[in-house]
Design a protein around this ligand. Structure first.
Ligand SMILES: [Ca+2]
Ligand SMILES: [Ca+2]
Ligand SMILES: [Ca+2]
Ligand SMILES: [Ca+2]
Length: 546
């Protein structure tokens, strides 16, 4: 009975030890941040709590694991695994991979020490929204063959550095400014700060993302580098650089001048201009989308409009270049209006009057559908090339379609004539050549006298037409005397077509003119001449002396 009691007590004791030992291993609680479950001691060259790591950083684990039994520690063999997780797992997870990212493992020999130094925080590892992570060591050994137990866990912080973008490279002239287009962000949304530094030039503010850069004076084109550093509030930082090319040349200025309007075939002067702020020599270059330029390399060329079927706009661009490669352009428009030039037809030169000089009249028919004549010009020359016109009307603003020069032409001369007409839009025709013509020989010049010069009324007056001149080898073929005032009577067998008629006048004041026709048929009238016939003297009868 005693023996049975002894055995029974011994079994109870053993059971108590087992229960106690199991309890001891399973129920050891750990703090939230640190675990020590069934492991009597460990050392871990652990990171300080809440230390920041960024992806790619190494976490160094170093230490020793000893597992406790009921009464002493056991020099255990097994395996150490390292994990990085974002949640706090239960004390003894069945599978540690469920609770984190695997970093590496290490065999634990008897003696329990281990050393690992190559556990890198993965690039893509993201901590909790607050940036926390849990670095853990798991152990599996003889006592815990089927599961891993957490040896230790420490909360750390994982910080992604911000992203920095210094923006595009810039070009700027010296003394001029340009805004740098820096930007930055933080993957976790951390507050970020900016810091710029440049190898030359001035920044309006080096602590904003987009400061204004003012270029220094440079003796030649020079490149400066500006670096933007973006920092978050967890020690993360990133840098990016861009270049500023500072040019030592200001480009010239170009001004293509005002827009223009012109009818087709007409010309207009473009009013371009240019200058260089530094006074550099400049050159001009025009180009137009249509039309002709008198010279594309001057500031103010003459533009001649092309033919257009309807009103059309052409663009002319002036480029001004300096001798250092600087250039500037400006454009203007030319509205080319559709207008047909006028023409003239039925050109005629006719003798207007040959007495006493050779007067011609030139006539034509104006032709420009829907348009009217605004001016004309007539030139008459005895040279067929119009090198020395005897008549040049110049441009006469008139709708008239005939022109009679005041000055006479020469008799018996071949002449050439030409005409230019303008329409209502002041668009001219070209020269239109009229038919050439030869002026006739001179017309006769009637002249006469009479005897006696101061006749009495009723006295016979003998007219003499011998002073009449004829030309071109002609003779007089006909006379015609006309008494335009007063009363006269042809006597002595003469009449009003006699060469030298005899007349008696019964009135005091008498006016006579003579028209002669030469053998060619040309006739002219003389001016009127006034003949005064006096009263007859009283009839004296001689009385014999008494
Ligand atoms: Ca960050
Ligand atoms: Ca310049
Ligand atoms: Ca017209
Ligand atoms: Ca001439």
């Amino acid at each position: 009975m005693r023996k049975i009691n002894k055995i029974f007590l011994g079994l109870i004791f053993l059971l108590g030890i087992l229960v106690f030992c199991n309890f001891n291993i399973q129920e050891t609680k750990a703090a939230w941040e640190e675990y020590s479950t069934g492991v009597t001691s460990y050392t871990w060259n652990k990171p300080v709590k809440d230390t920041f790591y960024k992806p790619g950083d190494y976490i160094t684990f170093e230490g020793e694991v000893l597992v406790s039994s009921c009464f002493n520690t056991i020099d255990e063999t097994g395996e150490i695994k390292f994990y990085l997780g974002t949640t706090q797992p239960p004390t003894r997870p069945a599978d540690p991979a469920t609770y984190g990212t695997y970093l590496g493992k290490k065999a634990l020999r008897k003696g329990g020490s281990f050393y690992v130094d190559s556990l890198k925080v993965p690039k893509d590892f993201i901590g909790t929204p607050e940036g926390y992570a849990y670095a853990r060591i798991y152990f599996r050994g003889r006592y815990y063959r089927t599961t891993y137990i957490i040896v230790a866990s420490e909360r750390i912080r994982v910080n992604h550095p911000p992203l920095a973008n210094a923006g595009p490279d810039k070009e700027v002239f010296w003394w001029k400014s340009v805004v740098l287009e820096g930007s930055g962000s933080d993957p976790e949304g951390d507050p970020i700060t900016f810091s710029w530094s440049c190898s030359g030039g001035q920044l309006s503010n080096s602590h904003i993302a987009q400061p204004t850069y003012t270029a220094p004076w440079v003796i030649r084109d020079s490149t400066y580098t500006c670096t933007l550093t973006v920092s978050d509030d967890k020690g993360g930082r990133a840098s990016d650089s861009m270049n500023v090319l500072v040019k030592n040349n200001y480009p010239p200025r170009a001004n293509a001048g005002p827009d223009k309007e012109v009818f087709w075939w007409k010309s207009v002067v473009l009013e371009g201009s240019g200058s260089d702020p530094e006074g550099d020599p400049i050159t001009f270059s025009w180009s137009c989308s249509g039309g002709q330029l008198s010279n594309s390399h001057i500031a103010q060329p003459t533009y001649t409009a092309p033919w257009v079927i309807r009103d059309s706009t052409y663009t002319c661009t002036l480029t001004v270049s300096d001798d250092k490669g600087g250039r500037a352009s400006d454009s203007m428009n030319v509205l080319v209006k559709n207008n047909y030039p006028p023409r003239a037809t039925s050109l005629q030169a006719k003798l207007l009057d040959g007495c006493p000089a050779c007067h011609y009249v030139f006539s034509w028919t104006f032709s420009d559908p829907g348009d009217s004549q605004s001016a004309y010009q007539v030139q008459v020359d005895n040279n067929s090339n119009f090198s020395s016109p005897e008549v040049d009307s110049k441009k006469i603003p008139s709708e008239s379609t005939s022109f009679a020069p005041i000055s006479p032409l020469s008799w018996n001369t071949e002449y050439y004539w030409r005409l230019m007409v303008w329409d209502s839009k002041d668009l001219s025709s070209s020269w239109i050549i009229g038919p050439s013509f030869t002026t006739p020989h001179a017309y006769p010049e009637p002249d006469f006298s009479w005897q006696p010069v101061r006749p009495s009324r009723g006295e016979v007056v003998i007219f003499d037409s011998g002073q009449t001149k004829t030309y071109g080898g002609t003779t007089i073929s006909a006379y015609l005397w006309t008494i335009t005032e007063g009363v006269g009577e042809f006597v002595d067998g003469t009449n009003n077509s006699s060469a030298n008629p005899h007349l008696k006048f019964s009135t005091q004041t008498n006016k006579i003119k003579l028209k002669v026709t030469d053998s060619t048929g040309y006739s002219c009238e003389s001016p009127e001449k006034t003949l005064t016939a006096t009263l007859p003297l009283p009839q004296w009868k001689e009385i014999p002396p008494l």
